[in-house]
Design a protein around this ligand. Sequence first.
Ligand code: BDR
Ligand code: CA
Length: 314
Amino acid sequence: MRKVLIDTDPGIDDAAAIAILLNEPSLNVELISCVAGNVGIEHTTNNALRLLNFLQKNIPVAKGAATPLLRENRFATNAHGASGMGSFDFPEAKTALLTEENAVLKQWQILQATEEPVTIIALGPLTNVALLLQTFPEIRSKVQEIILMGGSTARGNIGVYGEFNVMIDPEAAKIVFRSGVPITMVGLDIGRKARLLAENLDALETHPVGKMVADLFRSYDGGDISEGVKMYDPSAALYLLNPELFQTQPAFVDVEISSPLTLGATVVDFDGVFEQADNATICVDVDVEAFRQKYLERVLAIREEVANGTRSSK
Ligand code: BDR
Ligand code: CA
């Protein structure tokens, strides 16, 4: 069993990623920690608790950072809706799962109590993860890998070169990339390539969790659905579950935190221009057809009975 901590800002594509992560028997997901990102911290935490009620999973949920380290919040309600979960009508939040401890403290407690290496999969701004690594530096050796959805080897989505999760808290991202912990970056360019087509969403409809995913993505303003839905956070999840679908390359990565033109850019140095040691593994390509098949397979493999209160406002 691989021990995993999920750090997230649900978020439509976060929910689509979490659903398949929680159904993988070889993973032991010990915590879902929430961070402000797509929407505010109350919403992201509430959304995680509602999703867990829907999926009937008892994973502790910790509330994390309410703002980026140095910057103002800037939400993505345009893409994810006012609540962050589009128009899907989830059951009420399973508040009993909310931990008393803040996300960083809870992550630390889990890490320091284990002898086994732990993987952190980060699907939102990296504020909690940076705070963890800075507050408890001795814990870095317990983290086997940080798999993060964030950054880009090409252009951005909220900046010319800035990807949302990195650009919202670029200082946090810089801390994480400089931490010395092994990092795998599943960037924007992968999610843009790995798209679910309208016909794939149709194929999910017959299954209650698939219907949740399809409904969420249909209300997700991530582009024209006829061109396919960009699978950002699910790409990071599938990298963890099926790394054979991806091609990777090592690189040195740093984050631009001062230039107004390129704030939040992940500068991915494949060629040793900066003469720095590689600090990340970069996903550079994905087998799109195999990705689609595997994602559908994983959603459709979730036991149908787990879907609690399968209501949709559509
Ligand atoms: C990332 O930004 C968020 O809106 C998505 O949930 C994803 O994590 C893509 O840039
Ligand atoms: Ca996210």
